[in-house]
Design a protein around this ligand. Sequence first.
Ligand SMILES: Nc1ncnc2c1ncn2[C@@H]1O[C@H](COP(=O)(O)OP(=O)(O)OP(=O)(O)O)[C@@H](O)[C@H]1O
Ligand SMILES: [Mg+2]
Length: 386
Amino acid sequence: MGYRILETEDVPAYLRERGHWDDIDDIHVREVSDGNVNRVFLASDTAGNRSVAVKQALPWVRVAGPSWPLSPDRADAEARAYEQLAKVAPDKIPAIHGYDADNYALVMEDLSDLGVLRTVLNEGGSYGPHTSARIGELVAQLSFATSDFGMPSAERKALIAASVNPELCKITEDVVLSEPYIEHEHNHWHPGLDDLAAEFRADTRLRTEVADLRHTFMTSAQSLLHGDLHTGSIMVGERDGAHVVRVFDPEFSFVGPIGFDLGLYWANALVSEERARALGTLTDHGDQLRLSWEAFEAEFRRLWPARVDTFFDDAYLDRFLRRVWTESVGFAGTEIIRRIIGFAHLTDLTTLPDPVPASRRALVLGRELIVRRERLTSPQDIRALV
Ligand SMILES: Nc1ncnc2c1ncn2[C@@H]1O[C@H](COP(=O)(O)OP(=O)(O)OP(=O)(O)O)[C@@H](O)[C@H]1O
Ligand SMILES: [Mg+2]
C-alpha cells in the first residue's frame, strides 16, 4: 500500500493494521502536533491503561502546507537515530514500538505524562539535578558508539552512507549557519536589535568564523548526531518518584560533528538563563553547560577503553575531546544568534515582557562564543563571559 496521510479518525484502524492494538472501538485519538514540521497523534483507551504516540512526516512542512515541500525521508532519519539510540541509551528515549517506512510513521511510547523542558523552564521550573547529566551521557553514548572508536571502519562507512539527510542538513546549513549573517528574507528581529543585526552582518571576522563552523558541520563525519538537540526536543518529569529525562525528535540526525549536539543544548541553556535573569527567577540555569560537558566527558572517557581501534591512544583522546569542546562552544554561539535574528525564534525570549535586554545580552554572548572559542577552554571561562 502507498503513502497514506493519516487523519485523526484514521489512527485507530491504522494501529490495528500495524498490529499495535486489537480493540479499535476503544481507541481515542487526539492530535497534539505543536511543532512546525510533522503530525503527532496520541491514542489511548477509555480506561487509561494503554496509550501510544504516532508521529507521521508529511511531504511538506506541516505549518506551511504543500507550498513548502519537504521530503518525508526525514522520518527514516528519525527511525535510524532511534535504532542506534535504543542500543546505547534506551533509558533516555521513548520506547519505539515500530516504524512504518511506507507511511513515514513512527509508533512510540506516549510521553505525555512528562513535560517539554522548554515549557517547564519558561513556566519557572528548574532543570533539576539530573537533566543535563543525562543529556551529556546520551551525547557521549551515541557519539562513541557511532564513531570510529565504537565501530569498525567498514561498518562506519555503511552508517555514514545510510545516514545522509540532505534536505534537513541543508536547512541547518542555511538557517543556522549562514542566513543570520547575510540579508535574507527569512531573517527577522525585534526593532530594538536593529543595530546588532546590522553589526553582525557587517562583521567579516564573525562571518569567517561562522564559515569555519559551517564547513565543519558539512564535512566532519565524527558520529551520528541527534541533530536538533534543543530544549524543545527533551521531556522531563517524575515517574515512580524518579526524575526521568527523554530525548525525542531526532529527524535532523546525520553523521556530523559531535559539538553540534552539545552546542545546541548549551545555546538553549544559555538563552533560558537570560530569560530567568530578566525575570529574576534564576535558579540552576548557570550550571547546565558545565554539568552536561562533565557528564559527556566522563562517559566518553569511561567508554574509551572499549574502542575498536587502539591506534588511537590516550593522548589522542585528550586532543579529540578538546576539539569537540571548542567546536561545541562555537556551535552554541551560532545557535544563540540564529534564534534571535534568524528565521525561528525561541519562546524563552519572545514571551518576555521586554525581550530586548535579554536578547542583546544573548546576541553578544553568542558572538563571543564564536570568535573567542579557541581561547575559551573550560566551563569556568564561559561563566566568566556570561
Ligand atoms: N512520544 C510522544 N509522546 C507525547 N507527546 C509527544 C511525543 N512526541 C511528540 N509529542 C508532542 O508533539 C510535539 C511535536 O513533536 P516533535 O517535536 O517530535 O514534532 P516536530 O513536528 O518534528 O517538531 P519540530 O517543529 O520541533 O521539529 C512535541 O512537542 C510534544 O508536545
Ligand atoms: Mg522536528
